[in-house]
Design a protein around this ligand. Structure first.
Ligand SMILES: [Fe+2]
Ligand SMILES: [Fe+2]
Length: 198
């Protein structure tokens, strides 16, 4: 195994809860599988998966303070519902505590909770892998999304973001505006794909 991957794993194993570490490994393996399918460097996908929840070693109610301390820009909505901030804080930690400088890895970690308009391939791989990994068992559409992820990554991403938004809205939960922006962007892209001649 690449020595660096093994160093990251050991460090994460110490810092995360057992279930979070299991999820982390599972996401990293799923990222690798999707990277194989869509032609993305496997090691970068593996590292993004491993580190995506590295900030989860800290409690949710400390994210705002930690982001402010490290000069990470946060929005009013993130301040009001800070759970999503483990993504931005995680990207900062990946850089500062794990020595990651690759912009694509840092971007994928930073947007793995809300997505963002115009996501790159690794952003999409990580977002989808986080939803479909093997330890997940709650969402009703998991079987469909697991299949779709390997057939059409863009369609899987669209359906996951759409489903997440409607789940949150139905339950009267806060939706981050970035998730809405991501959805609107993906909807336009999807319409353009469907209108395009074969
Ligand atoms: Fe996460
Ligand atoms: Fe996760």
């Amino acid at each position: 195994m690449n020595e660096y991957i093994s160093v990251i794993r050991k460090k994460l194993k110490k810092k995360l809860s057992e279930s979070r570490y299991e999820h982390t490994l599972s996401v990293s393996f799923t990222c690798i599988c999707l990277a194989m399918r869509y032609g993305y460097p496997l090691e970068k996908a593996e590292i993004a998966g491993l580190l995506h929840d590295c900030a989860k070693c800290h409690p949710d109610d400390s994210y705002v303070r930690r982001c402010e301390k490290h000069g990470i820009q946060i929005t009013a909505e993130e301040k009001a519902a800070p759970a999503v901030l483990h993504a931005k804080l995680g990207a900062w930690m990946a850089k500062e505590h794990y020595g990651i400088s690759d912009a694509e890895i840092l971007s994928a970690i930073a947007c793995h909770t809300t997505g963002k308009p115009n996501m790159g391939l690794l952003d999409k791989i990580l977002y989808v892998a986080d939803y479909i990994e093997v330890r997940r068992d709650k969402a009703e559409n998991l079987a469909k999304m697991r299949r779709l992820a390997f057939e059409d990554l863009d369609e899987a991403l669209f359906e996951i973001v759409q489903g997440t938004l409607s789940y949150l809205k139905q339950r009267g939960m806060v939706t981050d505006p970035m998730t809405q922006k991501t959805y609107e962007y993906l909807l336009k892209e999807r319409e353009a794909r469907q209108d395009a001649p074969d």
